[in-house]
Design a protein around this ligand. Structure first.
Ligand SMILES: Cc1cc2nc3c(=O)[nH]c(=O)nc-3n(C[C@H](O)[C@H](O)[C@H](O)COP(=O)(O)OP(=O)(O)OC[C@H]3O[C@@H](n4cnc5c(N)ncnc54)[C@H](O)[C@@H]3O)c2cc1C
Length: 427
């Protein structure tokens, strides 16, 4: 029996590569350093979109798609200074479904709405951005006011790209609008991942075991070295175990990949330049109030840093509100108490019901390297699944999928790696 494909990293990229390879008849050995699968996707409030078809297909494969609560139609509540508006699709043919709520949307003037529609039309027509154009430059070129930017464009791109328009590549921003908002009647529906999203991945072990493959948890890989003729690589685990492999899929974040490679490979320009691909933080804040305060399942608060609010069901007279803060930049270095105060004040300004409530419990989770940079200049640093080292394949949201750092991007990267392995396999 031939040696299994060794997959390093049990995040969504590694899981996707493993499941797709196993489904094609390859034996795989998935190594994950922590005690459970899922990587960055395993905990916290996560949203997906109807257009994230590769991610949803993977959940179908695992039989857990039903655990994602998908809206029937897109419905986003937007709160600003005590007013609550909705961007909501109704039962009209695409693309008119969102038109009635957009026309009523109180935070934009008629002329700003006209300019937004003209710019959306340009995106729908497939007009590409200029080379290396930032989203801010694109918005300016399409005569979008700062108001339109704040209350429409960045409302969507700040959380999806985790980057303000000044630094985000226009290419990714347009992708979000083309694939989600404009592509079809259900592509912009939100899918809520349960807080313990790791449940979605429970069947991975069984899925792989049924196909003669295995998952090894608590198995940090320390380094990869060159092997001999019948096994190209030696994979050294921290516990001293050494696995022989001819094919490896490295599905770890780019910063971890560099630590695994032998110095001779690391010096290759494609790898050595990877350290320039920077990462950006996200902050999750949990605020528990002494009374129920919000009824919407999700609320967006315009402005930067961007706040998306996930109120939980009230329990015993109290309510927990999970807040995901993207583009937090300087906020990420502040003390936890300051972050809590800032978040509560923004929430209270936007939603009057919060003003009268008292905080009974708070928690702050800082994810310093949450997502990779989507700045235009950084996109050339991303690598394809086929590395310059024969037998070494790459996956991870940071690889060259054409998508920003999302669960969809991670799953696509695993699919791409699986296709590359299968193409390179002796027939
Ligand atoms: C706070 C936060 C909120 C987010 N919100 C959303 C959202 O709402 N929607 C969305 O689509 N995306 C969201 N994302 C992005 C999304 O979670 C990631 O893009 C995606 O999960 C990345 O998957 P990955 O497999 O590429 O990497 P990872 O999830 O980082 O997986 C890499 C795995 O490799 C393992 N590993 C690393 N080194 C080794 C080693 N030496 N040996 C063995 N194993 C190793 C790690 O433990 C990890 O499990 C969010 C990310 C964060 C951090």
């Amino acid at each position: 029996m031939s040696a299994p494909v060794v997959i390093i990293g049990g995040g969504l990229a590694g899981i996707s590569a493993a499941c797709h390879l196993a489904a094609k008849g390859f034996r795989v050995h998935l190594l994950e350093k922590s005690s459970r699968l899922g990587g960055r996707a395993q905990m916290g409030n996560r949203l997906t979109l109807g257009c994230c078809t590769s991610y949803l297909d993977l959940l179908d494969m695992l039989g857990t798609r039903h655990l994602v609560h998908m809206q029937r139609r897109m419905d986003i509540a937007v709160a600003y200074e005590g007013r609550l508006a909705r961007l909501k699709a109704v039962a009209l043919p695409h693309p008119w479904a969102i038109a009635p709520s957009f026309l009523r949307y109180p935070f934009l003037s008629i002329s700003a709405k006209g300019a937004v529609c003209r710019a959306l039309l340009r995106i729908a027509q497939g007009a590409p951005p200029l080379a290396n154009e930032t989203f801010a430059a694109w918005l300016q070129r399409h005569r979008q006011s700062s108001h339109a930017r704040r209350f429409f464009w960045e409302l969507i791109t700040a959380p999806t790209l985790n980057s303000p328009a000044e630094t985000a590549s226009a290419e990714f921003a347009l992708l979000v609008f083309r694939e989600a908002v404009l592509a079809g009647p259900h592509t912009a529906t939100l899918g809520f991942i349960p807080y313990d999203g790791v449940r979605l991945l429970h069947p991975v072990n069984e899925f792989l075991a049924r196909r003669g493959s295995q998952v090894q948890l608590c198995a940090p890989v320390e380094r990869i070295t060159e092997g001999c003729e019948n096994s190209r690589f030696h994979v050294h685990l921290k516990n001293g175990e050494v696995l022989k492999a001819s094919t490896i899929v490295a599905a770890v974040p780019h910063t971890d990949l560099l630590r695994l490679l032998p110095p001779r490979w690391r010096q290759q320009p494609c790898f050595s330049r990877l350290s320039q691909l920077s990462r950006r933080p996200i902050i999750d804040v949990i605020l528990a109030y002494d009374r129920p305060v919000l009824t919407e399942p999700v609320i967006a608060i315009p402005g930067l840093p961007a706040l998306w609010i996930f109120p939980k069901q009230p329990e015993e007279g109290t309510q927990q509100i999970a807040v995901s803060i993207s583009c937090p930049d300087e906020l990420a270095d502040q003390e936890a108490a300051r972050i809590v105060r800032w978040t509560h004040e923004r929430l209270a300004t936007a939603c009057p019901a919060v003003r009268k409530a008292s905080l009974v419990q708070t928690r702050v989770h800082r994810h310093r390297g949450a997502t990779f940079s989507v700045a235009p200049r950084d996109q050339d640093l991303r690598l394809p699944p086929l590395s310059p080292i024969p037998g070494l394949f790459l996956a991870g949201d940071w690889t060259n999928t054409g998508w920003p750092a999302t669960m969809e991007g991670a799953v696509r990267s695993g699919l791409n790696a699986a296709a590359a392995v299968s193409q390179a396999a002796p027939k």
